[in-house]
Design a protein around this ligand. Structure first.
Ligand code: CP
Length: 321
């Protein structure tokens, strides 16, 4: 099991690799700065907080939101980015450059490295290779996606004013979904949260993950049928089945879209005051007609919060706040 350097209120220079590094106090700090970065972005203020800073965005896997919102966040604060998309094709990785050497190169050019990779543990490897600059995990295979969880938790906090005493439904690919793994870690930091985990049996949390989360004190209830959904959930967090993690198409087809959010499902099991979240992309598991429902936040506040929270995080890690 990996041991991560705790933040304990000191963000400057820290690698951000897992939600296990955070305490509720750390989340309070980042949320309070996010309230401010939201105003900077909304009011199109010219910020110079990251003036003179360059951040490398090193994405070995495709991304719309994480890449786009990190790039926007850094530019909103007056910084610049080196954008390395698909380094397997467009960098010297093609010629056999190792991950460690790639990291050493880009730490010479920039003040932080944001990395996404298909292999679990790669962000940690990158952090070990970097001697001078912090590394931020933008998703490591089926491992974690800590910055997504930060924006998800901020979105929940914005709605309910708390992160404890909540009932949630998390649905979809719980085995492979890194956003889910980080979100459950985040919710485990608070008291009295109950999570209903809805998935096909093939895509349940791994035994290791489930045991780890239960040890942290969170109540998990695994269900495989929508009739078992609770009527009083504060939020639903739907996810897609991660096609890219399957060995063959047939196995994927057998489990994809077992649970689709429809108006009927929302009417029958959803509460009036809940919110419906999704890290996106979606590939059929929430019908487009749901987008108009005021409870659906995945294309609204949840998306925008991704940029605001990353503005706050990058500025904190670079010691600019
Ligand atoms: N939520 C998320 O990680 O989306 P992208 O894969 O588009 O970055």
């Amino acid at each position: 099991m990996a041991h991560f350097d705790k933040i304990n209120g000191k963000f400057k220079g820290k690698d951000i690799l897992s939600l296990d590094q955070f305490t509720p106090k750390d989340l309070e700090i980042i949320f309070s700065f996010t309230d401010k970065t939201k105003e900077i972005a909304k009011n199109a203020q010219h910020s110079h907080v990251l003036s003179g800073n360059i951040v490398t965005l090193l994405f070995y896997e495709p991304s719309s939101r994480t890449f786009g919102s990190f790039a926007a966040a850094i530019k909103q604060l007056g910084g610049q980015t080196i954008d390395i998309l698909n380094p397997q094709q467009f960098s010297s990785v093609v010629k056999g450059e190792t991950l460690e050497d790639t990291i050493r190169v880009f730490e010479a050019y920039s003040d932080a490295i944001v990395i996404r990779h298909s292999d679990i543990g790669t962000a940690q490897k990158a952090a070990e290779a970097a001697s001078f600059v912090p590394v931020i995990n933008a998703g490591d295979g089926i491992g974690e996606h800590p910055t997504q969880a930060l924006l998800d938790l901020y979105t929940i906090f914005e709605k309910f004013g708390r992160l404890d005493n909540l009932t949630a439904v998390i649905a979809g690919d719980l085995l492979n979904g890194r956003t889910v793994h980080s979100l459950i870690r985040g919710l485990s930091l608070y008291k009295n949260n109950t999570i209903y985990l809805l998935s096909p049996k093939e895509l349940k949390l791994s035994v290791y993950d489930k045991d780890t989360f239960i040890k942290s004190g969170i109540k998990l209830i695994e269900i495989q049928n929508e009739v078992d959904l609770p009527a009083d959930a504060h939020f639903w967090y739907w996810t897609r089945v991660q096609k890219e993690r399957f060995q063959n198409e047939k196995t994927y087809q057998a489990v994809k879209n077992k649970f689709i959010v429809t108006p009927e499902m929302l009417k029958k099991y959803g509460s009036k005051d809940m919110i419906l979240m999704h890290p996106l992309p979606r590939v059929g598991e929430i019908l487009p007609v749901i987008d108009e429902d005021p409870r659906a936040v995945y294309l609204k506040s949840q998306i925008r919060n991704g940029m605001y929270i990353r503005m706050a995080l990058i500025a904190l890690v670079l010691g600019k706040l």
